[in-house]
Design a protein around this ligand. Structure first.
Ligand code: AMP
Length: 283
């Protein structure tokens, strides 16, 4: 496994692999790798001949007062994990590689970035889409792998790729969870053991949403009220949003029909946790 620190290095390694006819896969991450990331990497390894994992804590997707400074950066442990899962290259650039000069060019996906996390994190998705566009241009992979865990992000990236005719496939992999249902996240490190237990109510609320839709409830208002009751059981949890939206347009739906994304964001202590599920009411 090679560790590339510069765009030139990673480009060289990838173009060498491409000249041998290999299918290139990219797994963009911010590091602090866990089983969620590993499941994306394993899928990429299965589907591609040459896999690049990028590790970059992207400053432009963090807002003022967010956790950019204290975001975990255990690079040595991450490299150890990457060696085990048999990927080909870790691309771990310094910020100067990704943003060599003041960035004045941004990729902005409209509409889809307004609701849900877009509301409380202005500029967040602009940072995500811009850094992903940069990574797609640098690595030039045939496919890139993202997690359903960040459901809105996956939808936004897919749309950017479609709207800008970017020549790669976006693969979305299922959310990996702790045994109690809590979605695995690098930010779970900020939680105490008790808070991790309490956070299980997040997935419980989403499962209740699925059950209500599956048994014929169509009024979003009623479902959200039930989800709220469950989330209110989290001591000192602050609910940021509980939303049920169209799975493509991310517009709110009053009556559920077809495919919806049910998504929640809750602040527990120092951690802002998000989770979501896709439900097909037409099934
Ligand atoms: P991050 O390092 O948090 O930016 O995440 C990098 C990628 O891993 C994103 O595409 C995430 O959606 C994905 N990811 C993070 N946690 C999980 C999880 N629990 N299950 C599946 N994918 C995940």
């Amino acid at each position: 496994m090679e560790v590339a620190k510069t765009t030139e290095e990673v480009r060289g390694l990838v173009s060498n692999a491409r000249s041998k006819g290999k299918k290139i896969g990219l797994v963009p991450t911010m590091g602090a790798l866990h089983v969620g990331h590993i499941s994306l990497i394993e899928t990429a390894v299965k589907e591609c001949d040459f896999v690049v994992v990028s590790i970059f804590v992207n400053p432009t997707q963090f807002g003022p007062g967010e956790d950019f400074e204290k975001y975990p950066r255990p690079l040595e442990a991450d490299l150890k994990i990457c060696r085990k899962v048999r990927i080909d290259v870790v691309f771990a650039p310094e910020p100067e590689q990704m943003y060599p000069t003041e960035n004045v060019t941004w990729v902005n996906v409209e509409k889809l970035t307004e609701p849900l996390c877009g509301r409380s994190r202005p500029g967040h998705f602009r940072g995500v889409t811009t850094v992903c566009a940069k990574l797609f241009n640098i690595v030039a992979s045939d496919a890139a792998y993202f997690g359903q865990k960040d459901g809105q992000q996956a939808i936004v990236i897919k749309r950017m790729v479609a709207d800008l005719n970017m020549p790669l496939e976006i693969v979305v992999c299922p959310t990996v969870r702790e045994p109690n249902g809590l979605a695995v996240s690098s930010r779970n490190q900020y939680l105490s053991e008790q808070q991790k237990k309490d956070a299980a109510h997040i997935y419980e609320s989403l499962q209740t949403c699925r059950r209500l839709i599956d048994t014929g409830t169509t009024e979003t208002r009623l479902i959200i009220a039930e989800m709220q009751k469950i989330l209110q059981q989290i001591p000192s949890g602050q609910i940021e949003y509980i939303s049920i939206v169209d799975a493509e347009s991310l517009e709110s739906v009053e009556k559920i029909a077809g495919k919806v994304l049910a998504a929640v964001a809750v602040k527990i202590g120092p951690a802002r946790l998000i989770d979501n599920i896709l439900v097909d009411a037409g099934k």
